[in-house]
Design a protein around this ligand. Structure first.
Ligand SMILES: Cc1ncc(COP(=O)(O)O)c(C=O)c1O
Length: 393
């Protein structure tokens, strides 16, 4: 097990606040900031667009980052596409596949809007979208996916870990079921990548997406799209970097991944992400998972004991704990926690309105944990929520 207090030294802001909002975005280690600074101070240049030394060095570092991220996910670097976030990655799949009226997509009600709206919009083209509900614990039941499949199902898109409930999906089993039914699979790994051991190659999914700025500890403005068969996907954007021959009559695309990365990419961000996955790898995803889930499960069970507190999601949860204090608006709870103890939690819909409404509420407070969170922080958090509830008594 790693030394959490030593790790915290890499995240200076943690001396100032109790940060329990890692599901929204994680803090960035100093090593990652240093890697990005090095780009700006020593070799800022464009990617793949120049013969001079700075352009060459920037290109090499950017491609090294791709190797790192691909190795981390255990996939082929040529199938590892950098995007600006998970949302863009999912939209590139929605735009890049060819849809015809009558095609069918299966997704779930516990998705983040990013993995719901791109599919719902396809209804305009005559694509049918089935949105299945999870069981009472918020877990997607593989048999329900099986039952939803039709002869026309082209895609099954689901989250690995719910950002609202912390429920964990049996991605491997659902992928097998969907493939057996002839459908492709998109896994939204936004809340799993970096938080738990992951081998995307073994999952055999067709698409895997993750932002860089959550469990991978990279900067905002970075994301990843893994595509098993890049030739099946049409690039959403075209422009500089995507082609190797152009005339006024037409163009020839570069192979993947270049064909999917139009325009100047987020070079410093990607270089930071490349360093960030090294950092996560050095600590180890298995230990990170063990540490984070011990904290989240401890927090959830202690919250459940408090009067007037309702906790959502399964007992066997990932690093996410949603709850409400009866009679109080979740935003008010979040503001009190911040004002009294500098505790940063998320409140509201969490960009997942159908998921929140499935719980029968209009919003929730969400505490979420990172590899740097501590038991002491959990204790202060529980004590603070307890004090809020005692005000109501
Ligand atoms: C499960 C899930 N999917 C997708 C996203 C969207 O990520 P991004 O805002 O980086 O595109 C999030 C962000 O919270 C998420 O939790």
């Amino acid at each position: 097990m790693y030394d959490v207090l030593a790790v915290r030294e890499d995240f200076p802001v943690l001396k100032e606040v109790i940060y329990l909002d890692s599901a929204a975005t994680t803090q960035t280690p100093v090593q990652v900031v240093a890697a990005m600074n090095e780009y700006f101070y020593k070799y800022a240049g464009n990617h793949g667009r120049g013969a001079h030394r700075l352009a060459r060095e920037a290109t090499n570092h950017y491609e090294d980052a791709r190797e790192n991220v691909a190795r981390f996910l255990n996939v082929d670097p040529t199938k590892t596409i950098f995007t600006k976030n998970a949302t863009e990655s999912i939209n590139m799949v929605a735009h890049g596949l060819e849809w015809i009226s009558g095609d069918h997509i299966v997704t779930t009600i516990i998705e983040h809007h990013s993995n719901l709206l791109p599919w719902i919009r396809l209804r305009k083209l005559g694509v049918e979208v089935t949105i299945i509900e999870p069981d009472s614990n918020g877990i997607i039941v593989p048999e329900d996916v099986d039952n939803a499949l039709t002869d026309h199902t082209r895609l099954v898109a689901f989250t690995h870990v719910s950002n609202v409930l912390g429920s964990i999906t049996d991605v491997s089993r659902i992928t097998k079921i969907a493939h057996r039914g002839g459908a492709k699979v998109l896994i939204d790994g936004s809340q799993s990548a970096g938080h738990m051991p992951l081998d995307v190659h073994s999952l055999k999914c067709d698409f895997f997406v993750t932002p860089g700025h959550k469990g991978l500890l990279g900067p905002q403005g970075t994301g990843v799209l893994y595509v098993m068969k890049p030739d099946l996907l049409e690039p959403t954007y075209l422009g500089g970097g995507t082609v190797h021959a152009v005339t006024t009559d037409g163009f020839e695309l570069e192979p993947s991944p270049a064909r999917f990365e139009a325009g100047t990419p987020n070079i410093p961000g990607v270089i930071g992400l490349g360093r960030a996955v090294e950092y996560v790898q050095e600590i180890g995803s298995m230990d990170i998972e063990r540490h984070e889930t011990a904290l989240s499960r401890n927090a959830a069970s202690r919250l459940e004991e408090l009067p007037s507190v309702e906790v959502y999601g399964p007992a066997k949860r990932a690093a996410v704990v949603p709850f409400n204090v009866k009679g109080l608006n979740p935003h008010d709870v979040a503001i009190i926690l911040d004002e009294t103890k500098k505790i940063c939690v998320r409140s509201g819909y969490h960009c997942a309105m159908p998921s929140i409404r499935f719980l029968g509420v209009e919003g929730a407070v969400r505490a979420s944990f990172g590899l740097y969170s501590t038991q002491e922080e959990v204790d202060i958090f529980i004590e603070s929520v307890s004090q809020i509830t005692s005000l109501l008594a």
